[in-house]
Design a binder for this molecule. Structure first.
Ligand code: NAI
Ligand code: MG
Length: 329
């Protein structure tokens, strides 16, 4: 029995969460859910977007499923990542059938440093304009590179590529690249290389198959992971994981999509795949594959799918179809 925090949040967050929980009921893993409040709607009634109580619920859970927040996203999900030191942002770039993926056979992951770099939040106005500080520490570089290699080992991937701009950012990215190669010495069975971020952006379009696991700093990872999402069919499909030493938060990359909210038309795939990432994190790999394969079946058939995938099904109808596939195996 796993203790799981559930934060549905705002807009379609609530709808895709209901859909994901419906699918999770079909597998042979037991969860003890604690529902917690956060987001715009909660802020309207309470005056605060992320109550301490919710932070505590997540802290005391083995993992957290997060739907989406609205305008308060920075105060909710960004704050949760910082409070809980979730230093890894893991984003798979994987093609699924029946989607508008540019390539039909992509399968690589981006491991993005989630706590420092360009997003450390130290900006200053100066006489001439403004400056931002880019902080790269040995500690954070080491732990993110180590995570990338361990993740590669665990998931049977054979290569880790460090992405940086050490030719220009000699000190900061020099340190990141050197740390990467030092950590690599402990993982001699895994192939390593490194690339400049600008060239990487091009290779995503021209030759994305060269990548297996990418490890990179915060800003580069943010940009490249959206480029990756663009390669494989867009927001209704893309899950993510925020992982620290003690817990993880699993969430779709999309937000509360106010124009879709309340209509039961949102694609539940991104949230369901986030639950799949959570199951892998909990080492429940069989259950993870069961759900992922059922989703693949439903996507391939392209019948009971939501509007964005060319179908007419509602969020819950698509979830129910995925659950049917699991239960009728
Ligand atoms: P969004 O991701 O909510 O929606 C952008 C567009 O993508 C939608 O209009 C829709 O066409 C499509 N889309 C997204 N998810 C979909 C799904 N599951 N099925 C089908 N289509 C889908 O981004 P937007 O409109 O920029 O932001 C809306 C609100 O969400 C804002 O208040 C923003 O602050 C918040 N937000 C929250 C995030 C979080 O909680 N992690 C992340 C991004 C935005
Ligand atoms: Mg981003």
């Amino acid at each position: 029995m796993y203790k799981i925090a559930v934060i549905p949040g705002d807009g379609i967050g609530k709808e895709v969460m209901e859909a994901a929980l419906h699918v999770l009921e079909a597998i042979n893993v037991e969860f003890d859910y604690t529902f917690a409040d956060a987001g715009d709607e909660y802020e309207e009634i309470s005056g605060i977007a992320l109550p301490q109580e919710t932070i505590d619920v997540v802290k005391n859970s083995e993992a957290c499923l997060f739907g989406a927040a609205g305008e308060s996203a920075a105060d909710v999900i960004v704050k949760l990542r910082q409070e809980l030191e979730l230093y890894v942002n893991l984003r798979p770039v994987k093609s699924y059938p029946g989607t508008k993926s540019i390539y039909n056979d992509l399968d690589f992951v981006i491991v993005r440093e989630n706590t420092e770099g360009m997003y450390i939040g130290i900006e200053e106005e100066t006489e001439e304009g403004a400056t931002a500080l880019r902080v790269i520490t040995k500690k954070a570089s080491e732990r993110i590179c180590k995570f990338a290699f361990e993740y590669a080992e665990k998931t049977g991937r054979s290569k880790v590529t460090a992405v940086h701009k050490a030719n220009v950012l000699k000190k900061t990215d020099g340190l990141f690249r050197d740390t990467f190669y030092k950590v690599a010495e402990e993982f001699s069975d895994i192939e390593t290389d490194d690339r400049y971020v600008d060239a990487t952006a091009m290779f995503f379009i021209t030759n994305p198959h060269m990548f297996d696991v990418i490890v990179t700093t915060n800003l580069f990872g943010d940009i490249l992971s959206d480029e990756g999402a663009g390669l494989v069919g867009g927001l209704g499909l893309i899950p993510s994981a925020n992982i620290g030493e003690k817990t993880g938060i699993f969430e779709p990359v999309h937000g509360s999509a106010p124009r879709h909210a309340g209509k039961n038309t949102a694609n539940p795939s991104a949230m369901i795949l986030s639950a799949v990432l959570m199951l892998d994190y909990l080492e429940e790999h069989d259950a993870a594959r069961t759900i992922e394969n059922a989703l693949i079946e439903v996507l391939s058939e392209n019948k009971v799918v939501t509007q964005d995938l060319g179908g007419k099904a509602s969020t819950m109808e698509m979830a129910a179809e995925i659950r049917n596939k699991i239960e009728n195996k």
